[in-house]
Design a protein around this ligand. Structure first.
Ligand code: AMP
Ligand code: MG
Length: 351
């Protein structure tokens, strides 16, 4: 398949191109487009055939449900059984934006989209390109991250091309995304709402609006044996090709430990790599070192995370180390992605 790549102005996308993308979606084709979180691989969420195509293009297991993206709140009614008051409050505060909510699905949503579940995940993105494509494409666009399953999520159109060129109809290039990690997912099918995936919108921000929400058990215990509830969270994710180890502790301890490990790797004839903050990036010796951003700017760290993981796949490093990034607002989300990339391999140097 020939994949058409078009470039658009992020703020004012060309309407004719948005229509063309919408026509492809309405006919059951697939279009990748930017959202404020990561690039999405869009298909008509109410068309079972489109959803099957999404799973095939990504190589994604078919029990890992998709998120349906809508462009206005009114669209929600048609695809869910009911919307709890607390969900309405969250929507009023955070939609459009990086928040996904899970509800009981209505009968028009095919099981192919929900991975066989009776519930459906819904998000209303704020990115102007995403909004236009959702509207032009019929209003209900299933759009998981536009990467090959298991690889780091795409934060630029080039990442989508690496993974999906030749497998989908169109890629809309709207430049680099703003947030860089996927949406926060809140499950409203339980008594007390549950955060199934941390993101830019954190637990405190949600609790400020609706009171108590729980974190899914699988998120708190950094052990792969505890299964998270969001089916997608159980799969190995974001993984660079080289084994990654996260090292936690005081800055000086971490630098010392990682440098010793890199020396050891070099002696064994291996090529080591390090993911570091701007503050410590010049402290490492003998390894391929990549700065991910300043600790004082956690949004920058989140924005760069997936791109840096991908960059290490271009270097043929054999073994990788990363500092831990337990930052105040997005730390939970950043560490969640990093731990998955490391297959939960973390060393703690604090006594
Ligand atoms: P992605 O679209 O690649 O960001 O992945 C979507 C995530 O949402 C996956 O981890 C899914 O497991 C989760 N998800 C989607 N729908 C549901 C649902 N109905 N119940 C629980 N988790 C869901
Ligand atoms: Mg994904």
């Amino acid at each position: 398949m020939n994949t058409k790549v078009v470039t658009v102005d992020k703020e004012k996308p060309d309407l004719l191109l948005m229509r063309e993308a919408g026509e492809i979606l309405k006919k059951g084709g697939l279009v990748a487009f930017p959202t404020e979180t990561v690039y999405g691989l869009g298909g008509d969420g109410l068309n079972a055939g489109s959803s099957r195509k999404i799973y095939a293009a990504k190589g994604r297991p078919s029990d890992n449900p998709l998120i349906i993206h809508i462009a206005d709140f009114e669209s929600l009614e048609k695809i869910v059984r009911c919307v709890p008051e607390k969900a309405k409050l969250l929507a009023a505060k955070f939609w459009p934006g990086p928040l996904t909510m899970i509800f009981s699905k209505s009968s028009i949503v095919p099981y192919e989209t929900t991975g066989g579940l009776e519930s459906v995940a819904v998000r209303m993105p704020s990115h102007p390109v995403a909004k236009a494509i959702i509207r032009e494409g019929g209003g209900y666009i299933a759009a998981p991250s536009a990467n090959t399953s298991g690889r780091p999520s795409p934060t630029r159109a080039e990442h989508v091309q690496e993974d999906l060129a030749g497998k989908i109809d169109m890629i809309v290039d709207g430049g680099a995304v703003g947030i860089g990690i996927e949406s926060t997912i809140v499950d409203f099918t339980e008594e007390v709402p549950v955060i199934l995936r941390p993101g830019y919108i954190n637990q405190a921000m949600i609790q400020e609006v609706i009171g108590p929400v729980r974190m899914d058990k699988g998120l708190l215990i950094t052990d792969e044996k505890v299964q998270p509830k969001a089916p997608g969270m159980k799969y190995r994710h974001y993984a660079p090709r080289a084994q990654l180890t996260i090292v936690e502790g005081s800055s000086s301890q971490v630098v010392k430990y990682i440098n010793a490990q890199c020396e050891k790797a070099l002696r064994e004839g291996k090529k080591p790599g390090v993911i570091a903050s701007d503050e410590t990036v010049s402290s490492y010796r003998g390894a391929v070192v990549k700065g991910i951003g300043a600790r004082a700017d956690e949004e920058e760290i989140a924005r760069n995370l997936f791109a840096v993981l991908r960059e290490f796949d271009e270097e043929d490093t054999d073994i990788l180390f990363s500092e831990a990034f337990d930052t105040p607002k997005m730390g939970q989300a950043i560490m969640n992605r990093l731990l998955k990339a490391a297959g939960y391999h973390m060393i703690s140097l604090d006594e």
